[in-house]
Ligand binder design. Structure first.
Ligand code: UDP
Ligand code: MG
Length: 162
C-alpha cells in the first residue's frame, strides 16, 4: 500500500485481456465497448487493431482445440480485424466477464455487451479472459511488454477508488 495519490493500491493493478472480435469491428461497436469499460472506471493500458493469424488464435484458444466448433471459431476470429485491449482495475477479470455477458448472447442479460448487441454464440462480438491466470497468459500472447503502458492515473486512484 502506498499513500501517494499517483500510486495505485496493489489490488487495483489486476489486468484482463478484452478484445472486440471481427464482427464487433465490422458492426462499428468498438467505441461502445471501450466506453463501457472507461465509464465503469477501469483504466486502458494497451490497445491495438490487428488481423490475427490462425496460428496465433490456435494458441489463444488452445484449451478449446478438441471442441467441435474450434475450426469455425478460428475461421471467424481470423476473418477480419480485432481490437485487442488490456484493461486494469480492481477485480477487472471477473467484472469484465460480467460486463460481456454469457458466452451465448441469448442467455446474456440486457445491459451486458452481448445481451445488448448480439444474438448467436458464434457471433458474440467480444472476448474477455475468464481467470487471472488466463488473463496473464493472454496478455503476454497478444502484447509485447513495451506495448503495455504502466501509467499513473491520480484521478482514477482518488475518485474511482475510496
Ligand atoms: N463458441 C462457439 N460455440 C460454442 C461455444 C463457444 O462458437 O458452442 C465460440 C464463441 O465465440 C466463444 C468462443 O468460442 O466466445 C470461446 O468459447 P468460450 O467457452 O471460452 O466462451 P467465452 O469465454 O468467450 O465466453
Ligand atoms: Mg473463454
Amino acid at each position: 500500500t502506498c499513500s501517494k495519490s499517483d500510486c495505485p493500491k496493489m489490488s487495483n493493478t489486476e489486468r484482463t485481456f478484452i478484445a472486440v472480435k471481427p464482427d464487433g469491428v465490422h458492426r462499428g461497436l468498438v467505441g461502445k465497448i471501450i466506453a463501457r469499460f472507461e465509464e465503469r472506471g477501469f483504466k486502458l493500458v494497451a490497445l491495438k487493431q490487428l488481423t490475427a493469424s490462425k496460428a496465433h488464435l490456435e494458441v489463444h484458444y488452445q484449451d478449446l482445440k478438441d471442441k467441435p466448433f474450434f475450426p469455425s471459431l478460428i475461421e471467424y476470429m481470423s476473418s477480419g480485424p480485432i481490437v485487442a485491449m488490456v484493461w486494469q482495475g480492481l477485480d477487472v477479470v471477473k467484472q469484465g466477464r460480467v460486463m460481456l455477458g454469457a458466452t451465448n448472447p441469448l442467455a446474456s442479460a440486457p445491459g451486458t455487451i452481448r445481451g445488448d448487441f448480439a444474438i448467436q454464440t458464434g457471433r458474440n462480438i467480444c472476448h474477455g479472459s475468464d481467470a487471472v491466470d488466463s488473463a496473464n497468459r493472454e496478455i503476454a500472447h497478444w502484447f509485447k511488454q513495451e506495448e503495455i503502458n504502466d501509467y499513473a492515473s491520480p484521478f482514477i486512484n482518488s475518485w474511482v477508488y475510496e
